[in-house]
Design a protein around this ligand. Sequence first.
Ligand SMILES: Cc1cc2nc3c(=O)[nH]c(=O)nc-3n(C[C@H](O)[C@H](O)[C@H](O)COP(=O)(O)OP(=O)(O)OC[C@H]3O[C@@H](n4cnc5c(N)ncnc54)[C@H](O)[C@@H]3O)c2cc1C
Length: 182
Amino acid sequence: MSAESSPRAINGRAPDVFRPSGWVAMREYSEDEPVDFAIVGSGAGGGTLACKLAEHGFSVVALDAGPYWRPLEDFASDEMHQSKLYWTDERIVDGENPLQLGSNNSGKSVGGSTVHFAMVSLRFRPEWFKSLSVLGYGADWPLDWREMWHYYAEVEQALKVSGPVNYPWGRNARAIRIARTN
Ligand SMILES: Cc1cc2nc3c(=O)[nH]c(=O)nc-3n(C[C@H](O)[C@H](O)[C@H](O)COP(=O)(O)OP(=O)(O)OC[C@H]3O[C@@H](n4cnc5c(N)ncnc54)[C@H](O)[C@@H]3O)c2cc1C
């Protein structure tokens, strides 16, 4: 069954993305059954939020415009094959100076761009939280960078980001290393 021709997450099960041809159980709700949350978009933001809410006992429905890929079978993990994941439909961000989103910075798929996420997870540098007063441009954040540190850790854990924590570029690389060990 092609991911694009008919929905794969249906009848109480969804593809197991870690096992070729495998399935995992999926809770389904009928159209007239009320749920606590309906989330549009199941990418890095929506998917993580849906997971957290479900873990806390809420009933959640996540809707996505894209197919449910089986990455182990549907494409190789290289840039050429990943292009079928890219959202190339017109997407204009509204406002006075609208941005037109590019292809390879958003994914149309259950899992969104994270289906081909490279796991590079950079933290905002301490001085950027005081951009105006320390660096002379932009604006200062209304919170101290240390407040963000446990949220970063939570997200990195949720997305299972792993690997070296050293940020090798920039003069404050050492400060960040020290901050992460605190
Ligand atoms: C190939 C690739 C590699 C990347 N590698 C990295 C990396 O290593 N490190 C990093 O920090 N970032 C990386 N990114 C970027 C990162 O993955 C994205 O910034 C992040 O996933 C964005 O999260 P999001 O939830 O905003 O959007 P997305 O993850 O793109 O999710 C948006 C979801 O919403 C759905 N959607 C949108 N509109 C609708 C609608 N109207 N109805 C229903 N569904 C809708 C889409 O189908 C999609 O699933 C990468 C991106 C790509 C494409």
